[in-house]
Design a protein around this ligand. Structure first.
Ligand SMILES: Cc1cc2nc3c(=O)[nH]c(=O)nc-3n(C[C@H](O)[C@H](O)[C@H](O)COP(=O)(O)OP(=O)(O)OC[C@H]3O[C@@H](n4cnc5c(N)ncnc54)[C@H](O)[C@@H]3O)c2cc1C
Length: 362
């Protein structure tokens, strides 16, 4: 790899977090090294749903790799009751990680980042002014840098099935299916992605739950391709995200929403916050920025998760109110930074869900 000291910033991991951090820093004139152990295109177990809120954070469009755009949401409670809501504008873009991540890596490269694929490094040997750990849930950088710690996990299992036009533009969710989780059907251009997730303790139940999810939606469970399980990292108050010359972003920092299991918004935003902090010469300030911009959402996520776990029917009834969907619509589109920022009637609906969450936490 030659001398590494020619770099201002070394980033380990070229997923959504690492590649977008590299793009931002290289675009601002920093000399950036971006290292990934994989060669691209590579896949990553993921539903591939990019909320509009997440897509809007990026300084370029991901349109070239979008395969469907969700305007219809179908929400069920443990297969017993279902309601459908239609949005005026797209809420979530559907892509495949194989395509999205290669696209984002190309953007980083075009911006001037020096990319090393198929390479593993010890973060302690990287001779750059700043080191960013973006190597995901199973990465080793956090430990090498003396960061991280205190990260818990959720688990999810997913597979791809033949396409069915019935699911086009539609996001199907079955809430409270498992403790701490839900089931989904996400449409792609030539297949549908079906998955189930929940608390780490639910691992042994996921195979049966995925089969049932398929059967309930008339999808042949035996037509599954690329079935894979993976962990979702969830940070706690003790997780250390940064010091003055090193930081963790995305899954490496445990920045996944505890309710939705989404992590791409948090990956893009933490990448932006870390890049901004480096450009301002204050990487230690990154942790405070995460606290300000991401923690309110994470807290709301824990609340929603507890509410659905403890009082599934009440929470579902509240979620069903048309006014709640207005708030959800705004959240997914990035027009509301976190549920607590809702106004008017929507604020009332959010307050009711908060009070259920509070009762659930007692
Ligand atoms: C089943 C499932 C479904 C999901 N669905 C969604 C969804 O629909 N929408 C959503 O927003 N989020 C979803 N998520 C979460 C989302 O996948 C993650 O939050 C997201 O991938 C985080 O991006 P990242 O860049 O931090 O890490 P990753 O995407 O995990 O990227 C890490 C990169 O680091 C590399 N790496 C690892 N170790 C090393 C090493 N030692 N040296 C060098 N490189 C290394 C890897 O090869 C990889 O390229 C889902 C997660 C799961 C498990």
């Amino acid at each position: 790899m030659g001398s590494l000291s020619v770099f201002d910033v070394a980033i380990v991991g070229a997923g959504p977090a690492g590649s977008t951090a590299a793009y931002r820093l290289a675009s601002a004139g920093k000399r950036v090294l971006l290292v990934d152990k994989a060669r691209f295109p590579r896949d990553k177990p993921c539903g591939g749903g990019v909320t509009l809120r997440a897509a809007r954070l990026l300084p370029f469009s991901i349109e070239p790799v979008v395969e469907d755009a969700i305007t219809r949401v179908e929400i069920g409670l443990r297969y017993r009751s279902t309601f459908t809501r239609t949005a005026r504008l797209p809420l979530v873009y559907m892509t495949q990680r194989r395509r999205l991540d290669e696209f984002l890596l190309r953007k980083a490269r075009e911006a001037g980042a020096h990319v090393e694929e198929g390479t593993t490094v010890d973060a302690r040997d990287l001779d750059a002014r700043y080191v960013i750990g973006a190597d995901g849930c199973n990465g080793t950088t956090a430990k090498q840098l003396g960061l991280g710690g205190g990260i818990g996990h959720g688990v999810a299992l997913e597979a791809n099935y033949p396409h069915d036009a019935r699911f086009a533009r539609t996001m199907v969710l079955q809430v409270a299916l498992l403790p701490g989780g839900y089931g989904w059907v996400f449409p792609k251009a030539d297949h549908v992605n079906v998955g189930v997730g929940g608390d780490e303790s639910q691992g042994p139940r996921l195979r049966t739950a995925l089969r049932r999810m398929c059967e309930e939606y008339g999808i042949d469970p035996d037509a599954a391709a690329e079935t894979r399980g993976y962990r979702l990292p969830l940070r706690t108050a003790t997780t250390v995200l940064a010091r003055d010359d090193a930081a963790l972003i995305g899954d490496a920092a445990g920045l996944v929403d505890p309710f939705s299991g989404d992590g791409m918004y948090e990956a893009f935003l933490s990448a932006q916050l870390a890049a901004d902090a480096i450009l301002a010469g204050d990487l230690a300030g990154y942790a405070a920025a995460v606290e300000r911009r991401i923690t309110p959402l994470t807290r709301a996520g824990w609340g929603a998760r507890a509410a659905f776990d403890r009082f599934p029917r009440t929470t579902y009834a509240l979620a069903r109110l048309p006014i709640t969907f207005r708030a959800v619509e705004k959240l997914l589109r990035g027009e509301l930074t976190h549920p607590g920022a809702a106004r008017g009637l929507e604020k009332g609906a959010v307050k009711l869900i908060y009070s259920v969450a509070k009762a659930a936490a007692r």
